[in-house]
Design a protein around this ligand. Structure first.
Ligand code: FAD
Length: 340
């Protein structure tokens, strides 16, 4: 759908941090922006940021759909930039592009996209604060209208969708792009501008490496996950969940209260502020089924719920529901599975 944008101009900027410790796909903001640009008849500018980004980065940005590339260099950005440095460096670069000034003098609206993921969302939020813009992470789609942007966001793990609008002229957002690029742009030399960023950046936080590996199966890619919540009432319940997981070849997860209580590590938290999981089967034990927990489970996953409360919300999502106490149900289930 192409909207009537009258005289409103949209400037689409994709921020591309090429040297982070986060393992993100830096060019992904460009593919997301290029998909929007194709639908709403505009073009994409990419701000490629690194210690010394060169022609190869410009060519890659163009291949992903950027029509103009700003190569922004700061010597302090080598060796894996962290969020503090990225925020400061992007803020310097955006000020050079007159982000704040331009929209104050004409009706240009700015949509600044960052790579999806925790780092991109943090940087988007902090830049929005600096430029009096609106921050929005996790966008699934966007529509550029004459009177503002409308963003679509999945909620409840994709079972519902939210539509958000804002008349603010400057948005900082993250959105996953298509897997394939919209089409390479042939870049002329004039379309590549080099910027040396001069102001100092905050020093990196000291990091120490913690080995989180254990012999347990990871949530990512698991076919079955058994997960426990506050209703497990103590760590002993989780040793039964471990046994059940062994029988099923499953990974073990938990809700936020289970993590807060120290029954499962934070790396196993499922939900809005934890992991998004997409197993074939999710066994939820002593979990009530709050929106924040369900937000972390793919809508295509089949849920088996064990809960003492027949009115628990989790039964609205479950294909199989067992009303009962876990100290009764789990040992019986494990015994039965061991016999088969
Ligand atoms: P409860 O809601 O307390 O449910 C416990 C369940 O156990 C109940 O249904 C009860 O009937 C059942 N039960 C009790 N005893 C037994 C028994 N003996 N046998 C069987 N069942 C029993 N939560 C997350 O999980 N993940 C997140 O990522 C997350 N992010 C959040 C982000 C924000 C911004 C906020 C505000 C909240 C977030 N939460 C998250 C917290 C969320 O709101 C809920 O508090 C949480 O999901 C509840 O966890 P629960 O189902 O384990 O506990």
């Amino acid at each position: 759908m192409r909207t009537d944008m009258h005289n409103t101009k949209y400037r689409l900027l994709a921020l591309v941090p090429i040297d982070t410790q986060d393992g993100i796909d830096p060019m992904s903001a460009i593919t997301a922006a290029a998909a929007l640009a194709a639908r709403f008849d505009t073009s994409v500018e990419a701000l490629v940021l690194g210690a010394d980004p060169g022609d190869a980065s410009a060519a890659e940005a163009a291949r992903c759909g950027a029509g103009k590339v700003w190569l922004c260099a700061h010597p302090a950005l080598g060796n894996g930039a962290q969020s503090d440095q990225l925020v400061a460096a992007f803020a310097q670069a955006l000020s050079r592009l007159d982000l704040a000034g331009q929209s104050a003098h004409d009706d240009t609206r700015h949509l600044v996209l960052l790579p999806a993921g925790a780092l991109g969302e943090e940087v988007a939020a902090r830049l929005a604060c600096r430029f009096n813009g609106v921050a929005l992470g996790h966008c699934a789609d966007m529509f550029l209208h004459a009177d503002g942007i409308r963003a679509v966001r999945a909620s409840h793990g994709g079972r519902a969708r939210l539509e958000l609008t804002s008349a603010n002229a400057t948005w900082f957002a993250t959105m996953r792009g298509p897997k394939t690029t919209a089409g390479a742009t042939p870049l002329a030399a004039a379309d590549i501008v080099r910027i040396e960023l001069g102001e100092s950046l905050p020093p990196p936080c000291p990091l120490s490496h913690v080995d989180m590996s254990d012999n347990k199966m990871r949530l990512e890619g698991a076919r079955i996950i058994v997960s426990g919540g506050r209703g497990m009432a103590g760590g002993t319940g989780f040793s039964l969940l471990d046994e059940l997981a062994d029988c099923l070849g499953a990974a073990v997860g938990g809700s936020l209260p289970a993590v807060d209580a120290g029954w499962v590590p934070v790396s196993c938290q499922v939900g809005q502020s934890g992991r998004y999981v997409a197993p074939e089967i999710y066994v939820a034990v002593g979990i009530s089924g709050t929106p924040q927990h369900m937000a972390g489970i793919d809508p295509g996953t089949r849920i088996v719920a064990i809960n003492a409360d027949p009115e628990a919300d989790i039964f609205n999502f479950a294909e199989i529901g067992i009303v009962g106490d876990w100290p009764v149900v789990l040992p019986a289930l494990i015994q039965r599975l061991r016999r088969t």
